[in-house]
Design a protein around this ligand. Structure first.
Ligand SMILES: [Fe+2]
Length: 335
């Protein structure tokens, strides 16, 4: 009899909440998930590539458990010291873990609050463009990573530092036939954040930084066909991870006021609207597993002066789909 209890995710129209019956330690949870990996992965994909586990408290003291669990989700758990990451953000003992924190030495500033801070009915803003920062992880690499595992070591208070997620499969399915036909085969131009090519940087007249040969903007399809399920999903970012100088959409009018910009605004406001969105309030020991091929996410503000928030992330790669077959990774020097 299965030990996995696979429930719909409360507060979302996608995703699964996974519990393991009879397990009293994180090691027992992981053993049970490994023993029923096929069931786990079916539930993950049935939930459009999104899953929540809770109560994994000892993982914070044994980070190797996160890497072990990550291995269930793909061929390779990435070593962040080999992906061009800032080394201060890589876990000192476990290089497969990226530490996302405002504490030293990571020193990542919390995102700004939206303007206004709440919606007209007093809620947390979720929908673009009121909410900014929506992206899929490292889409500036080609091929991009497949799946991320995001674990809460030390949360900010409830009502702060949520992560927002959106379901690209349902959002794609709900598009009009005319829009589906319009974006079929279209590509967006993605680029590393902080290089002066973001929408707001271009609007502010910043001089873009020179890009090295391994930092070049990368084309990515706006509609990805999932290599496991065959489902189509929207695949797009907004301000910070698109190139608003040469893009944002390949073949459309360039720049922050062009037809490409208008299409990004139209698609992203749809993608992040209520039917497709989910708000994750973090507690210590929560683990969210999300498929970057068919979901996007965004971070929210927290009081970094009052809290040292600590999150760990792994990324799994190796199955981006036939679109990327036999490509040399864009972030590695040519052999
Ligand atoms: Fe992210």
């Amino acid at each position: 009899m299965s030990k996995l209890d696979l429930q719909p995710l409360a507060g979302a129209n996608f995703g699964r909440h996974v519990r393991v019956t009879g397990a009293t330690t994180d090691a027992e949870v992981i053993e049970a998930l490994e023993a029923e990996a096929d069931t786990l992965l079916s539930a993950f994909y049935d939930g459009h590539g999104f899953m929540l586990l809770t109560g994994l408290d000892s993982m914070a003291r044994d980070p190797s458990q996160l890497v072990r669990l990550s291995r269930l989700f793909g061929p390779e758990v990435e070593d962040y010291t080999k992906t061009g990451m800032i080394l201060d953000r890589v876990h000192k003992e476990v290089p497969e873990i990226l530490v996302i924190s405002n504490a030293a030495p990571m020193n990542q500033k919390p995102p700004a609050r939206p303007e206004p801070a709440l919606t007209a009915d007093g809620k947390l803003p979720v929908q673009f463009p009121h909410r900014r920062g929506w992206h899929t992880d490292q889409s500036y690499r080609r091929p991009p990573p497949d799946i991320s595992l995001f674990y809460c070591v030390h949360p900010a208070p409830i009502d702060q530092a949520q992560t927002l997620y959106a379901d690209g499969i349902s959002a794609y399915e709900a598009l009009s036939d005319a829009m589906k036909a319009r974006i079929d085969g279209m590509e967006a131009l993605h680029v590393q954040p902080g290089t002066g090519r973001a929408e707001l940087a271009v609007k502010a007249g910043e001089t873009p930084k020179p890009l090295g040969p391994l930092q070049q903007p990368q084309r990515q399809p706006i509609v990805r066909v999932h290599p496991v399920t065959g489902q189509k999903a929207l695949y797009l970012c907004e301000s910070g991870q698109l190139d608003w100088i040469e893009g944002p959409i390949v073949g459309l009018e360039k720049g922050v006021d062009g037809d490409g910009a208008r299409l990004v605004y139209e698609l992203m406001s749809h993608f992040t609207s209520a039917p497709y969105a989910y708000v994750q309030e973090w507690r210590a020991g929560d683990l969210v597993i999300y498929d970057n091929r068919c979901t996007i996410h965004s971070a929210t503000w927290f009081d970094g002066d009052a809290t040292d928030r600590v999150m760990w992330r792994t990324t799994v790669r190796g199955n981006p789909g036939p679109e990327y077959a036999d490509e040399t990774p864009s972030w590695l020097p040519a052999a």
